[in-house]
Design a protein around this ligand. Structure first.
Ligand SMILES: Cc1cc2nc3c(=O)[nH]c(=O)nc-3n(C[C@H](O)[C@H](O)[C@H](O)COP(=O)(O)OP(=O)(O)OC[C@H]3O[C@@H](n4cnc5c(N)ncnc54)[C@H](O)[C@@H]3O)c2cc1C
Length: 348
């Protein structure tokens, strides 16, 4: 009997699987391998700063060291490189914004992440008030992380490519059965699909559609990511991600002309160079109502757990909260109240 059955192979399920393996726990991971899921579409960026108020993003100081350590161990384990550290330039809209950034860089809870010296000019970027440099930012190539991890699990006999129907899983007091195999516990990591899961009837998500473009921009520096009304992330070979949109109404996974127009309009606010659009993708983020992850156990079935609600920050949240969930299950450690599934009742 294996220890765990994981359902869902986005960043939540794949990261949990690696964490289990790092602790010598056994698992099978099931995913239906869609061409796109939220993780494969994601820009994959992490940033410890909330730009609006120049404050620390939720728990970012705790999560950053764990993020770097975790992904670099996995890079070695699966013999692949998918982590890219790249500073981000915040393009100032006003003189006041510039002054506030410099003040916060000199002394504040986030000064370790802000450079005191503004950058005045980057070729091709319209920035009359200059730019503030954020340190400690970067992105992971999420497609590479997910696909190479799933190949690695498959080569070890622990990946099953299948769409699970809830009725296929048998729950008994001694084990959980699926496809002729037995498991001690199940963890559901289904992204926004979890709203239909009968074992988490209290679950409420606020799924958020997001779209992004891949552009070729000859002549633009690849040394920085940029942030203003849109974000620009360098991918190498003169390619950049432009992201992202937020839509709470349209729950199709189709790329739309409206989002493309909006992204390019926002980009024209600060990009002065010619470009070519080479791709356009859409995905549905599994966001929660209070924008915090959701981890914990089912109230209706023993030995069944969930990891969801990663919202806009899957890359930072996944290593930290998968570790917390496993410590909860294996050692009875407490979950942080802000992320515990039991809080969902209070949000309804
Ligand atoms: C446009 C866009 C940009 C983004 N940018 C960033 C960013 O820069 N930084 C960041 O940190 N986050 C970003 N995100 C958010 C991030 O992608 C999410 O937080 C994260 O991907 C959620 O991962 P997940 O594993 O919970 O869900 P998903 O990635 O959706 O994975 C769930 C998986 O479970 C599978 N599944 C569900 N039900 C079943 C079943 N019954 N049987 C088998 N398989 C099943 C699904 O097919 C899917 O493969 C972005 C998202 C979008 C859409």
């Amino acid at each position: 009997m294996k220890n765990y059955l994981i359902i869902g192979g986005g960043i939540a399920g794949v990261t949990l699987a690696h964490q289990l393996e790092n602790r010598n726990l056994t698992f099978d991971l099931v995913d239906n391998s869609p061409k796109y899921n939220s993780t494969k579409v994601a820009a994959g960026f992490w940033n410890p700063i909330v730009f609006k108020r120049l404050t620390m993003s939720f728990n970012a100081d705790k999560m950053l060291p764990i993020l770097k350590n975790f992904y670099s161990i996995i890079e070695q384990k699966i013999d692949n490189s998918f982590v890219n550290e790249v500073p981000q330039l915040k393009i100032f809209s006003t003189k006041e914004e510039r002054h506030r950034f410099i003040d916060k860089a000199i002394v504040s809870e986030v000064s370790q992440f802000l450079d005191e010296e503004p950058i005045e000019k980057i070729e091709g970027i319209k920035a009359p008030f200059g730019m503030g440099k954020v340190i400690g930012t970067g992105y992971i190539d999420t497609v590479e992380y997910i696909e190479k991890s799933l190949e690695y699990f498959e080569s070890n006999g622990s990946f099953i490519n299948k769409k699970i129907d809830y009725s296929e899983i048998e729950y008994t007091p001694d084990y959980t059965g699926f496809s002729g195999k037995k498991y001690e516990k199940v963890i559901y990591c289904e992204g926004y699909h979890a709203v239909h899961n009968p074992l988490f009837p209290e679950l409420r998500l606020k799924p958020t559609k997001g779209e992004l473009l891949i552009l070729e921009i000859p002549g633009l520096s690849q040394d920085f990511a940029f942030a203003k009304s849109a974000g620009l992330i360098p991918l190498g070979n003169q390619q950049f991600i432009v992201g992202s949109t937020y839509d709470w109404e349209d729950m199709t996974e189709d790329a739309t002309e409206a989002a493309r127009k909006k992204l390019l309009y926002n980009l024209s606010d600060f990009l002065e160079l010619d470009y070519k659009v080479i791709d356009h993708q859409a995905g549905i983020r599994p966001s929660s109502f209070d924008r915090r992850p959701i981890i914990g156990k089912s109230s209706v079935q023993a030995n069944v757990y969930i990891m969801n609600g990663l919202g806009t920050k899957g890359v930072m949240y996944a290593p930290f909260y998968s570790d917390m969930l496993i410590n909860f299950i294996e050692h009875g450690a407490k979950l942080d109240e802000e992320v515990d599934f039991v809080r969902i009742n209070d949000l309804n």
